[in-house]
Ligand binder design. Structure first.
Ligand code: HSE
Length: 292
């Protein structure tokens, strides 16, 4: 196996999952990016530099999520490089429901593949997506991070599947200063939900795909959720309050992924940002992860 000489850079988008009713299925890639550059070293060793989001917290060891994903990819391709130098320039906030871990995993896989000569045929996008889902555990964020646009992802047995669609929706993300872990947010979900709530979600999720592609006037109905957001409110009360407030005003708004970011399918609402939060006006990324 031959490794590429010199540095390679991959850019991976942030993503919002669930989008209200599409729990663990819908994803939307956003124009906010992490950039990772890596170079294979002839000598053993691992050098990691991190700037931007998470720079104070992430490990500079083989436990770094990008390195974990790269190592899994090299193993799948059949050989690990002697050494590796890595630079991560992070713009996606960590622990906010904007797909930072999916971006790290997808970015690491695409980067490792790009560092191995002729690997595209041995690890095509479908196989790369499967590996990303196996590492992340949920397909929704990784589908959007890998393919861009609006994605519907599902698992058939162990096989991850995705349908990608285009959408030109614009969003405003309200990002609180405190993180909430996906693990904690998932721990608040009940084992079962009432049949009537499941039925509402199924209808709204179907409507949401139409609203995001051909019928934006339906978005306020299409973004209604009954199976996860309310159950998670105790872990993110301020987010839930803002969600309710914006929806009462008629602005289609959801909790992004497992939260606590609040996402409106609207522009011109940035003045609603609570004190201490940041606001990001974003478009939909159409490309997904790619080498620069
Ligand atoms: N669908 C996931 C959740 C998003 O809401 O827990 C994180 O992958």
């Amino acid at each position: 196996m031959t490794f590429v000489k010199g540095p390679v850079t991959v850019r991976t988008p942030a993503s919002s999952a669930n989008l209200g009713p599409g729990f663990d299925a819908l994803g939307l890639a956003l124009t906010l990016y992490d950039e990772i550059t890596a170079e294979v070293l002839d000598e053993p060793g691992l050098e990691i530099e991190v700037s931007g989001e998470g720079a104070r917290d992430v490990p500079r060891t083989s436990d770094h999520l990008v390195v974990t994903a790269m190592t899994a990819t090299f193993d799948l391709l059949g050989e690990r490089p002697p050494g590796l130098r890595l630079e991560c320039a992070n713009a996606i906030p960590h622990g906010r429901g904007l797909g930072s871990s999916a971006a790290a995993i997808v970015g690491g896989i695409v980067l490792a593949r790009a560092l191995v000569e002729g690997s595209d045929a041995r690890l095509d996008d479908r196989a790369a997506f499967q590996l990303a889902v196996d590492l992340e555990g949920h397909p929704d964020n990784v589908a959007a991070a890998m393919f861009g646009g609006l994605t519907i992802a599902w698992i058939d047995g162990a096989a991850a599947e995705v349908q990608r669609l285009d959408t030109s929706v614009q969003v405003t993300a309200f990002v609180p200063s405190e993180a909430v872990s996906t693990e904690k947010a998932r721990g608040l979900l009940p084992e079962t939900v009432p049949h009537r709530d499941a039925a509402v979600n199924a209808g709204r999720a179907a409507l949401l795909v139409a609203a995001l592609t051909v019928a934006p006037e339906r978005l306020i109905w299409a973004t209604e959720d009954r199976i996860h957001q309310t159950y998670r409110a105790d872990a993110m009360p301020e987010s839930y309050k803002l969600l309710r407030q914006l929806r009462v005003e008629g602005i289609p708004t959801i909790i992004s992924g497992a939260g606590p970011t609040v996402l409106s399918f609207a522009r011109g609402v940035a003045d609603r940002v609570p004190q201490g939060w940041s606001v990001l006006e974003l478009d939909v990324d159409t490309e997904g992860a790619r080498t620069l």
